[in-house]
Design a binder for this molecule. Sequence first.
Ligand code: NAD
Length: 236
Amino acid sequence: HVTEQHAPAVVTGGAGGIGRAVTAALAEAGHHVLAVDITTGADPAAHAELVADVGDPSAAEELFRHIEQEYGPPSVLVNNAGIYEARDFFDYDAESYRRVLDVNTGSAFSCTQSMARRLVAAGRPGSVVNIASISGRVGSPDTAYGASKGAVIALTRGLGRSLAPHGIRVNAVAPGVIDTPMAARIPADRTTGYLDSVPLGRFGRAAEVAAAVRYLAGPDSGYVTASVLDVDGGLH
Ligand code: NAD
């Protein structure tokens, strides 16, 4: 169950803070990284940059068909695309709730399905790493976000078990607050006092999340699946 080093690795949300760090880490590990994002701005280490809205439930199939044709079949997928909205519970409507779930959870579901379907048909192993969050462990006042990340954790556990017979591992990383553009959008009153509860006493760095992703994506974690690795300074 060892993934091929030079097979393409797909990183969704590849233009974001964690996505750029993951791209650099996987490129250093020898992968051709395909950075997928709704906007441009991938790390220069990316082999290619693809623009797609992975929150569109019909996008994944077309994306993976295109990737397979242009770059060969990928065996590593990092489901990292995500949106965070500091929205009060009472200000959500069905559409804004669904969009958060579609991007943060639905994209992991559909992209994993599109890659795994191809791997299973070809009898090849693979590795999927989902980016969850401490919010998925403990909940969040940003309710839709917390719910979407809790679902990512349950998805990881379920897919880890069901895809194991096919040699496809599925794991997640659950970061605490990491210093990225997303964290800068968290209202100050929601992070006041947060660091007092973090045993390591600081925010995390994108490179520290990327190192955990690199481990879970690669052969060193060959006996690890359906697991969730907290990268949160000891908070959870
Ligand atoms: P970020 O905002 O810097 O990056 C997120 C990226 O996802 C952006 O480049 C954005 O354009 C992209 N994206 C959003 N919607 C998309 C869509 N529909 N299709 C394709 N791409 C889309 O944020 P980040 O901090 O790098 O977050 C990366 C992941 O880590 C997210 O899943 C986030 O929820 C998770 N996370 C972040 C933190 C944190 O504190 N920064 C903590 C826990 C988990």
